[in-house]
Write a protein that binds this ligand. Structure first.
Ligand SMILES: [Zn+2]
Length: 531
């Protein structure tokens, strides 16, 4: 099969391919890149002088959570407590026997009809005999009902979750609000879903990916289904049913070393193992929380909340052991670290010889606050840094609330990393950040929000080029899959994953990057989307 009459944009090529081309595809791979017009005898389709580029590999997201949001009670548009109650009561209208009532995406700081953030007491206004659990918009905070609190009080292992993540009332009793790993615990232990539910949710999510040219994802989903085995089964069943229009790397979230050891005993599969399209991803470890809640672990107090500098979830020794055991067993590690204290802890763990960082290509997710010493250690160590440029859209004007003035220039310091040849990927952190890769690339290149603020870009010295941003969605994530020679480029022998665009990224002004549209998406030589 031939796609004829296309321009090619591939920033990983050492030199640009000028003029029109025809690409030959065989068995899901590029066989050859030929001059156009094609004169051979194979079946050819006309690309209409569109621009063919590698499709996108989103290296950090929560796809199942995104799909469930599409399927379940979505509270993201709710603006008052009254509206939220009505929505919940309507959604769970045929109130027969529900064990759990669940809603996602609320932001009660915006509610105008209550003067405090929701607690378990408020939730008792919802008249149902069920456990209630609502997740905040950013996924780091939740509120549960009094009935659910009773359940949590009986959980022995929940005692191990840090007290900082369990809010209390004036009497020192839990008030129903939980943060960070305490939220993960609740999701994980009480919100197990069936494999069928997961498959339905994933099917709801796929069209959104295809529409934006995403054909590979690295996803951390385990807390939304209960077990890695169930997750694995959901994705691989979709694959064998021919309903999986992506390659998926599935991360394994762990709470502690026991979770890791359990997995290593239960399963022989390690990072990169799996079926054609579904592979074992990394061991996912949360090192800290989030800046909005002042739980990201900083080396300095928060300027707006000087009594705190955030929370590290593990001691250095605990983390070192988890990283070491992962590496010794051929597992890549992906660590969530936002504050500079957490990033420093991640770096120290990866600097262990036994971590085998160069070969396994461990990852630090977010790495939003750095410092000159950290950049220097990253330069020597070269772990993969997974950035989410679209977070800048809503955060650039808050950085000085979280970071001392002299360190603000080290926030989301993309160019400082790229310049030192530290491998950087761009990603969505779906459903938190922007799904459209061109929005992320726009932000990385201009460092402005979609209204063009601040003019000239925030910390403009940290802008990266479009080619560098593009590689963060194509070539570099393929390296995390150990597929440097197989994916992420338009080249003979590479997997035929590509998109056709409505214009050439080379001809587009930086301020217009987010307006580039995907017209067709192809995965493994098959068209999975056409506008
Ligand atoms: Zn995430």
């Amino acid at each position: 099969m031939i796609v004829d009459n296309v321009y090619i944009y591939d920033p990983s090529m050492p030199y640009p391919r000028e003029g029109l081309h025809a690409v030959e595809i065989e068995e899901g791979k590029f066989k050859d890149i030929l001059p156009s017009p094609y004169t051979g005898s194979k079946e050819a389709i006309d690309g209409g002088e569109k621009v063919l580029t590698p499709s996108f590999n989103d290296s950090h997201m929560h796809l199942l959570r995104f799909g469930l949001l599409k399927k379940e009670l979505d509270l993201t548009e709710v603006t008052s407590w009254k509206e939220m109650k009505e929505l919940v009561e309507n959604h769970y209208d045929e109130m027969e026997e529900y064990d759990w009532i669940f809603g996602k995406g609320f932001d009660d700081s915006k509610f105008d009809d209550i003067d405090h953030l929701l607690t378990a007491k408020d939730l008792s206004e919802i008249q149902v005999n069920a456990y209630i659990y609502f997740m905040h918009e950013d996924g780091h905070e939740c509120v549960v009902s009094e009935k659910a609190l009773e359940l949590l009080e009986k959980e022995k292992e929940f005692e191990d979750e840090p007290d900082e993540f369990k809010e209390t009332d004036e009497n020192g009793n839990w008030n129903g609000r939980f943060k960070d790993t305490a939220v993960h615990y609740i999701k994980h232990h009480f919100w197990g879903r069936s494999i069928e539910d997961a498959k339905e949710a994933l099917k709801k999510a796929f069209p959104y990916l295809s529409e934006h040219g995403i054909t590979s994802v690295h996803s951390d989903d385990i807390n939304f289904i209960g077990s890695y085995e169930q997750l694995w089964q959901a994705y691989t069943e979709l694959e064998s049913e021919g309903l999986l229009p992506i390659d998926a790397h599935l991360h394994h979230y762990i709470f502690n070393i026991n979770d890791l050891n359990n997995y290593l005993e239960r399963s022989k599969m390690r990072t990169g193992d799996g079926t054609a399209q579904v592979k074992v991803g990394a061991v996912k470890i949360f090192l800290d929380g989030t800046q909005r809640l002042y739980t990201a672990a900083m080396r300095n107090p928060y300027p707006v909340a000087p009594s705190t500098n955030g929370t590290l979830i593990y001691s250095q020794e605990q983390l070192n052991e988890m990283v070491r055991v992962s590496a010794e067993n051929g597992m890549q590690v992906a660590m969530h670290a936002i504050g500079d204290r957490a990033i420093e802890q991640a770096i120290t763990a990866l600097e262990q010889d036994t971590a085998n960082t160069k070969q396994l290509r461990h990852r630090i997710i977010h790495a939003q606050t750095l410092g000159p010493d950290l950049v220097e250690r990253l330069r020597d160590l070269k772990p993969y840094i997974e950035t989410q440029p679209s977070f800048l859209l809503g955060e650039w004007d808050k950085k000085d609330q979280w970071t001392p003035k002299e360190l603000v220039p080290y926030c989301d310091a993309f160019n400082s990393l790229v310049k030192e040849h530290i491998p950087v990927t761009l990603s969505s952190d779906l459903p938190i950040g922007a799904l459209d890769p061109f929005v992320s690339m726009y932000t990385a290149v201009t460092r402005m929000d979609l209204e063009g603020n601040p003019e000239g870009g925030w910390m403009p010295q940290e802008k990266i080029s479009l080619a560098e941003a593009y590689q963060g969605f194509t070539k570099t994530p393929a390296e995390l899959e150990y597929k440097d020679e197989e994916k992420g480029r338009i080249e003979a022998g590479y997997q035929a994953d590509f998109v056709l665009l409505d214009r050439n990224p080379l001809d587009v002004a930086d301020e217009e990057i987010h307006n580039i549209k995907v017209l067709e998406t192809w995965h493994r030589g098959k068209q999975v989307y056409k506008k």
